[in-house]
Design a protein around this ligand. Structure first.
Ligand SMILES: *Cc1c(COP(=O)(O)O)cnc(C)c1O
Length: 227
């Protein structure tokens, strides 16, 4: 049996320990529990253990979970690929979207954001290792897209997100995270309210925290392997 409550405590302890090594305040690092392919029961268990932020990758699956759990004060983050015809529903359901990499999608997220909700928090997804198979914009394209998105009335541009290629060595893991952190510093010159670096998963969260992650996206280490 997977003990979600114990796993959450261990992940929080790992965050605290890496923050201490990196001389950072653990309060600066938000834990996002990635619940894709996990059940509504798993999510409620984690919520009962104090977890507030949850990440989902697939709209259909997420919609059912969000509807069933709407009585809980959960913050929902969309972290999967976005087809532009799904942007409408995503904008109605979620509090954050981490995977914006096209202006057309951003326009639709803004246009369809319900009037009774606060502006949608968005991050630009960066293809930090230039992998042909991965979504995201290049480092060189961040400023142009950010300038256009920052003007959209119903979005709050909050920062950057990346999913680097898999590396096992800690020092090697740090390299793409450092690049993303430098890109955020650069972006902040023009967009100072950008405060979020969404980087680090179960296998590389320590390296991400060492390089300044403000939000780590953790699935396996909390909920166990996905089948
Ligand atoms: C699945 C997923 C995660 C979580 O990965 P784990 O290795 O299970 O921690 C994080 N970010 C994104 C974008 C994902 O799709």
């Amino acid at each position: 049996m997977i003990d979600i409550e114990k796993n959450l405590q261990e992940v929080q302890a790992q965050i605290a320990s890496q923050c201490q090594k990196s001389r950072r305040d653990p309060e600066e690092v938000t834990l996002l529990a990635v619940s894709k392919k996990k059940t509504i029961e798993d999510i409620s268990t984690a919520h009962q253990a104090g977890q507030i932020d949850f990440g989902e990758n697939y709209l259909q699956e997420a919609e059912q979970k969000i509807n069933k759990l709407q009585y809980l004060p959960i913050r929902w983050h969309y972290i999967g690929p976005i087809q532009s015809n799904k942007a409408h529903r995503i904008s109605e359901l979620f509090d954050w979207v981490h995977s914006v990499d096209r202006y057309k999608v951003a326009q639709r997220l803004s246009r369809f954001r319900p009037a009774d909700k606060p502006p949608l928090n968005v991050l630009l997804q960066v293809n930090i290792d230039d992998e042909p198979s991965k979504a995201g914009i290049g480092l060189a394209d961040i400023n142009e897209l950010a300038d256009k998105i920052a003007i959209l009335p119903r979005l709050n541009l909050r920062g950057l997100m990346a999913i680097p290629a898999i590396r096992t060595d800690f020092e090697k893991q740090r390299e793409p995270f450092k690049k993303l952190a430098d890109a955020l510093s650069c972006l902040q010159l023009k967009h100072p309210y950008c405060d979020t670096l969404s980087m680090g998963m179960s296998a590389d969260m320590n390296a991400a925290i060492a390089e300044g992650a403000t939000l780590v996206r953790i699935g396996t280490a909390i909920f166990g392997a996905r089948i």
